[in-house]
Design a protein around this ligand. Structure first.
Ligand code: G3P
Length: 220
């Protein structure tokens, strides 16, 4: 069986940036689970989060396919890796990039550095899968940040995207996200053919993040 992932995107939520990012990372690190739990943090918070929670897997929220040199303001993969990033999201609905950007990024990062490309729909998931990232995460933009999990609101997009990705590649991992809040949502995601979930507000905006995380992993 493939490993199962719970990927928590900190975005720029007030409750998940700066010192709050470090506190949330510590909570995530303290959760005992066989699932692969990942914090996806702002580039500004990367170093601090990695040093405060060294046993937690940490990704960045975006990278640019650039090398050392004259690249003012761009997010350099090698610097992220040196600062402890083990992977990145790319093409999130809130930070879209071109397909060329993603292809070049995949050529830039070393083997073992995880790239999860986000797709808004099945066609985009197909196009991204052909590039062979480690994961493709399908997230219908209209459900992001909402109260209803994609696995309930639109289970068909999850299962059909999972099938479409499998037609293209056996290797590309499949995630889904948008509105995911609890263990039932995660279980449903797995039943629909994914290896887990990408979520944000279900952890970053709740009163008791530890409890939310325990619930999320309770059925895997
Ligand atoms: O990257 C995860 C995100 O877009 C989903 O957000 O708040 O619906 O879990 P949320």
């Amino acid at each position: 069986m493939r490993e199962q992932l719970v990927v928590v995107n900190f975005k720029t939520y007030e409750t998940a940036h700066g010192i709050a990012a470090e506190k949330l990372a510590l909570i995530m690190e303290s959760i005992e689970t066989d699932a692969r739990m990942i914090a996806v943090v702002s580039a500004f918070d990367l170093s601090a989060v990695v040093s405060v929670a060294p046993n937690l897997e940490v990704w960045t929220q975006h990278l640019d396919p650039i090398s050392f040199g004259s690249n003012t303001g761009w997010l350099h993969p090698e610097t992220a890796i040196q600062r402890g990033a083990k992977g990145t999201l790319i093409n999130h609905a809130e930070h879209k990039v071109s397909i060329e950007h993603i292809a070049m990024l995949l050529d830039t990062v070393p083997e073992g550095f995880t790239v999860c490309a986000c797709a808004a729909d099945i066609d985009e998931a197909r196009a991204l899968s052909a590039l062979m990232p480690d994961y493709v995460a399908v997230e219908p933009p209209e459900l992001i940040g909402g109260d209803i999990s994609v696995t309930t609101a639109d289970p068909e997009i999850v299962s059909s995207t999972a099938r479409a990705i499998r037609e293209i590649s056996e290797e590309v991992g499949i995630l889904c996200g948008a509105g995911v809040k609890n263990g039932n949502d995660v279980l449903k995601a797995i039943e629909l053919g994914t290896s887990g979930v990408l979520l944000a507000s279900g952890v970053t905006k709740v009163e008791d993040a530890a409890q939310a995380l325990k619930d999320l992993i309770s059925k895997i």
